[in-house]
Design a protein around this ligand. Structure first.
Ligand code: LLP
Length: 421
């Protein structure tokens, strides 16, 4: 459920009519709903409450939506952060997410990033390789401390999602093969400098089925037993994120409650504190991208709706062939079949071909729905279009939470060397 709905024929975000935001901020612009973010955070927290030892840690996957105001809303709901770079760690801290609620994942943490995590006193590093463990152990020993960490394993299951967002198959770059985990645990524990006390996994994103997760969790359960038998003090398991959300009307996805029930089954008797890293399920349907039709151009078959948003603002359709529902802000009731495209000079800049959608004319507003996750954060300035703005709505008020970075400001950061002038 989200808080974007038609009222008197005009699409609103909570109590704010979207044309008011377009007038004040311009388009394209991402619009997030605070009430929706809060609702999703609560629903997820409730779905996993009481599972495992102590209160589970729900660490929002910052990559899904790193906007500071969004992180602040989630921090106030008690969520922590799953970060994958020094930049994301700095954001989580700036949003006042407590270090003891921050986990650091990522296959290529640099030495500087490992240091940054230790400086901050984060909850845990999720090690993605033995090599990373060796480096972290060295840094921690030099400081005379033990770095809290878990080993990310690759369970070799097919998550059944798009290849580019699948992470748990044997030949993916993430984690260590599950069969090698015991040896790595033994060697890393012997080094000193690491408090290696857990297992982490994440098999992919936009998962439509719970079975692959349950299969992976069962493998983790077995590994947990063998590691305990080998004398390791196992305290945490980080089950990652991945729960999918509906992008099309009428699509059905496992609910957080169904996910929670599966986790309860799969982890019964583990005796560990559980960590979750949800991203999309928290932020996806909490945002839309608002855009204006620049021009309606005749096509060979269907007309082209050329909108002022492009693949640089919302990359998912171009990158993954992803579907984003497209609706008019002030629908007239009529439908038409159209090709929805941006102004960028490549055919990849196509949001949808032959899409049955609300009839629209030049100058009218529309939104791409389910754009709150992996939307603005994946923006670029391709075609010198600048960076898209972001707005947060709270009841009847709204605020710009990321300025539009104009093409000129990006140009200002570039230099022509003296010897070219
Ligand atoms: N934890 C780890 C270690 C991850 O790599 C990810 C996502 C998550 C948690 C959060 O997954 P979620 O709950 O959001 O599914 N750009 C792509 C999605 C990439 C996901 C990468 N990792 C897209 O637009 O679909």
């Amino acid at each position: 459920m989200d808080h974007f709905a038609l009222r008197d024929g005009v699409l609103h975000a909570e109590d704010v009519p979207l044309p008011a935001i377009a007038d004040a901020v311009g388009t394209p612009v991402y619009v997030y709903s605070r009430a929706t973010l809060e609702r999703h955070a609560r629903v997820f927290r409730e779905a996993v409450a009481g599972l495992g030892e102590g209160e589970p840690l729900v660490a929002f996957a910052v990559k899904a939506n790193p906007n500071l105001a969004v992180l602040k809303v989630l921090a106030r709901e008690g969520l922590g952060a799953d970060v994958v770079s020094g930049g994301e760690l700095a954001r989580a801290l700036a949003a006042e997410m407590p270090p003891e609620k921050i986990v650091f994942s990522g296959v290529g943490k640099t030495r500087a990033e490992l240091e940054q995590g230790l400086d901050a006193g984060i909850f845990q590093f999720n090690l993605e390789s033995e090599e990373e463990g060796v480096e972290l152990a060295g840094i921690a020993r030099a400081r005379g401390i033990e770095a809290r960490c878990a080993l990310r394993i690759n369970p070799d299951v097919d998550a059944g999602t798009h290849d580019k967002i699948s992470t748990g198959k044997a030949d993916n770059k993430f984690g260590v093969p599950i069969g090698e985990a015991e040896g790595i645990f033994a060697r890393l524990s012997a080094l000193g400098g690491l408090r290696l006390r857990g297992i982490a996994l994440h098999i992919g994103s936009q998962l439509g089925e719970l079975e692959p997760l349950e299969t992976a969790f069962a493998k983790v359960g077995k590994l947990l037993e063998s590691l305990r038998a080998a004398g390791h003090d196992m305290r945490h398991v980080d089950l990652g994120g991945g729960l999918g959300v509906p992008y099309k009307d009428g699509e059905r996805f496992p609910s957080p409650a169904e996910y929670g029930a599966m986790v309860a089954r799969a982890t019964a008797g583990w005796g560990v504190r559980l960590v979750f890293e949800p991203g999309r399920v928290i932020a996806g349907n909490a945002g839309v991208m608002l855009t204006r039709v620049i021009r309606k151009k005749q096509g060979v078959r269907d007309p082209f709706l050329v909108v002022d948003a492009a693949m640089n603002d919302l990359a998912r359709p171009a990158l993954y062939g992803a579907y984003h529902h497209f609706v008019a802000v002030e629908p007239r009731g009529a439908q038409e079949t159209a090709n929805i495209v941006g102004p960028i000079c490549e055919t990849g800049d196509t949001f949808a071909m032959g899409r049955e959608c609300d009839a629209l004319e030049a100058g009218e507003l529309a939104v791409f729905r389910t754009a709150g996750a992996y939307g603005a954060t994946m923006a670029s300035s391709y075609n010198s279009r600048g960076f898209v703005a972001e707005v947060l709505v709270d009841g009847d008020k709204f605020a710009v939470v990321a300025d539009r970075i104009a093409a000129g400001a990006i140009m200002d950061a570039e230099r022509v060397p003296e010897w070219l002038a």
